[in-house]
Design a protein around this ligand. Sequence first.
Ligand code: ADE
Length: 260
Amino acid sequence: MRIEVLTIFPEMIKSVLESSIMKKAQERGCLEVNVINIRDYTEDKHRTVDDYPYGGGSGMLLKAGPIFSAVDELKKKDELRILMTTPKGRVFNQDMALDLSLEKKKIVFICGHYEGIDERVRILLKPEEVSIGDYVLTGGELAALVVIDASVRLIPGALGNDRSSADDSFSGQINTGLLEYPHYTRPAEFRKLKVPRMLLSGNHKKIAAWRRKRTLFNTLMKRPDLLENLDLTAEEAGFLNEIKTRKFGCKKRSYANGCS
Ligand code: ADE
């Protein structure tokens, strides 16, 4: 993944990308990131990146000029996929992370700040607008970092071993769209709570079946919406129906018909 981040707070981005897994991903050659200070593309002596909104109103807007100059320079060297972090965007999810992790073009993040960005950036550059949720941050930097982190960890080899991102909650390969089963490590007993016996059995087939059930159970308890369009085996649907009946006193025994 090759990324350019356009921001007026480059240190904010660098501090995260220069530590931990993001740093390792760069060392492993899975990720190339460059941070561009939008202020470096201003032309006035005060290096102005923001200005008052036409028509009045509170707050300042990022000016279009410096952003365009930075993007124009990038366009000379590479084919770009431009993203803009904004609370008005499409809400980011795991599918989008996977899509970005496979992107061959250079990905450019434009991080908004203050009250927003001059609308002409959106109209002319046509960035994909991405939100990380229905709340408003002080700027788009944290949002860009969230999107980068979730995407980079899906690049094969970025985490150091291919399995670790393959079967986690939401990721596509093993527990498609479900919440993961619980994990335990030593000691086998902690504050009178024992590790489930099945995990100590050494029987990998039974352990896999137990994990699948716990995955379904967790998802039913915490995010039942994720189960809606899922292809379940008859046994799995029966298992979920049984839990629903027991937990919620549902009389109808068909999970497909729902009883919540
Ligand atoms: N900038 C401010 N709030 C944001 C959000 N929720 N997502 C993306 N960018 C933002």
